[in-house]
Design a protein around this ligand. Structure first.
Ligand code: GDP
Ligand code: IMO
Ligand code: MG
Length: 432
């Protein structure tokens, strides 16, 4: 709809299918804006059977009329971004005049990656976060500590000196950690070369987006990671270092809260998590392996196998609250096609008490045992369905149960990775 600004966020632990849903919704958006995270994200878009994985470039890049913004809230690895732009170009899509890098976004440089990997190496089992080792945490540390370098600096004449001073400082920290130090001259010369290539994309994206809104253009905000990986609301400390929730869309773009019209939560029909940390509905048995195999649950960024489990309505309800979710995009319903019975976690039990919402403490969350209800499976192929009426009654009942447990309607139902495997449900469609 013209002039409508929509935030799309991941409602679980990431990898809910945000890239696919953004691609579907982008036919109605003038702008797609990433607002947090970095190339720890891996967003898959499948078009005509070809699979593209984006890490920093917004998933709107495959619609020629859509403009894409990498907002101020991100931490951007210049080398990673250049490699991705090359892939987008090779796929036949241009970026000139369509892709903008916010001048207030922070840079991820090789020392951030080295510090990230180094810290993970020194942590013991139980402490390790299982990061993507893309330097995300250390780059956000620099930002909060006010020692970071921003994208705008790439256009300044003393950029090389700025990088040099920081590599020297980081080398002292790496040496202190017992890690190998970086070659200062090499890091500086690569950063300068990347800066030269990226400088034409650097823009005041706050001004750009406000200009777009003044013209009545619509913006789609593409969240990365998910609510349970949010640095404030997630399973801290087993989280990422940014606000993946809807509030981050404002601080990470310069578009204020009173200009957000709608929040869509992307929810997988079961649960996955990659990396360490508590996961109450995790299945460490053959059922978990089946979910991983059928759902092809391997990380889009690191290739790591994703941990799999049943749908967790406690997480979904909590996510609906902290994000203000107006509607769900429910994905990967087709992955449940073959199951005789499907379980849904409705509450937790820990330390002799019942939990209806997600506890703040990761230790308590790790002790939570799911309270399950069972649903009959539909044992039918959903992939070809084009409307709610095409779904077996058991699949419709499963969707309706997710709606009633969360108090949020499902507006988009995804039954396969392609654009065409999508059912859009009118707001007041008859269900059941
Ligand atoms: P994101 O990080 O939230 O964008 O999600 P990822 O791209 O990391 O992971 C989602 C995976 O599921 C990708 O491989 C998608 O192609 C795939 N996918 C998305 N929606 C569906 C769906 O409805 N059914 C199936 N079978 N696969 C899907
Ligand atoms: P998308 O956008 C799933 C996880 C990592 C690790 C934790 C911290 O594709 O959904 P970091 O490298 O950010 O410091 O790692 O967060 N993680 C993700 N998990 N999807 C993602 O992104 C993720 N980005 C980070 O595995 O547990
Ligand atoms: Mg992903």
């Amino acid at each position: 709809m013209p002039g409508t600004n929509t935030v799309l966020i991941g409602a679980q632990w990431g990898d809910e299918g945000k890239g696919k849903v953004i691609d579907v919704l982008t036919d109605r958006a003038d702008w797609v804006v990433r607002y947090q995270g970095g190339n720890n994200a891996g967003h898959t878009v499948e078009i005509g059977g070809t699979r593209y994985v984006l890490h920093l470039v917004p998933s709107g890049i495959f619609r020629e009329r859509t403009k894409c913004v990498i907002g101020n809230g991100l931490v951007v690895d210049p080398a990673g971004l250049l490699a991705e732009i090359a892939e987008v170009r090779a796929a036949g899509f241009g970026v000139e005049g369509r892709l903008f890098l916010g001048d207030r976004a922070h840079l991820v440089l090789p020392y951030h990656r080295a510090l990230d990997a180094g810290r993970e190496r020194t942590l013991s089992d139980g402490e390790r976060i299982g990061t993507t080792q893309r330097g995300i945490g250390p780059a956000y540390v620099d930002k909060a500590q006010r020692t970071g370098l921003r994208a705008g600096a790439m256009c300044l004449p003393d950029f090389a000196d700025m990088v040099r001073a920081r590599v020297e400082d980081a080398n002292a920290r790496l040496a202190h950690q017992g890690q190998p130090v970086l070659d200062v001259a090499e890091v500086v010369s690569r950063a300068v070369a990347a800066a030269k290539e990226l400088a034409p994309l650097v823009a005041d994206t706050v001004d750009l987006l406000h200009g777009a809104m003044a013209r009545g253009e619509s913006i789609l905000f593409e969240g990365a990671q998910g609510t349970m990986l949010d640095v404030d609301f997630g399973s801290y400390p087993f989280v990422t270092s940014s606000n993946a929730t809807s509030g981050g869309a404002c601080t990470g773009s310069g578009v204020p809260p009173n200009r957000i019209d709608k929040v869509i939560g992307v929810l997988k029909a079961y649960t996955t998590r990659v990396g360490e940390g508590p996961f109450p509905t995790e299945l460490l048995d053959a059922t978990g392996e089946t979910l991983r195999a059928v759902g092809r649950e391997f990380g889009a960024t690191t290739g790591r196998p994703r941990r799999c489990g049943w749908f967790d309505a406690v997480v979904a309800r909590y996510s609906a609250r902290v994000n203000g979710i107006d509607a769900w995009a429910l994905t990967k319903l087709d992955v449940l096609d073959g199951f005789d019975t499907i379980r849904v976690c409705t509450a937790y039990e820990a330390d002799g008490r019942r939990h209806e919402t997600v506890p703040a403490d990761a230790g308590v969350l790790a002790r939570c045992r799911p309270v399950y209800e069972e649903h009959p499976g539909w044992k039918a192929v959903l992939r070809g369905a084009s409307g709610l009426a095409d779904l077996p009654a058991a699949a419709r009942a499963y969707v309706a149960r997710i709606e009633s447990l969360t108090g949020v309607p499902v507006e988009i139902l995804s039954v396969g990775p392609g654009r065409e495997n999508t059912i859009q449900i009118p707001a007041k469609a008859a269900r059941g």
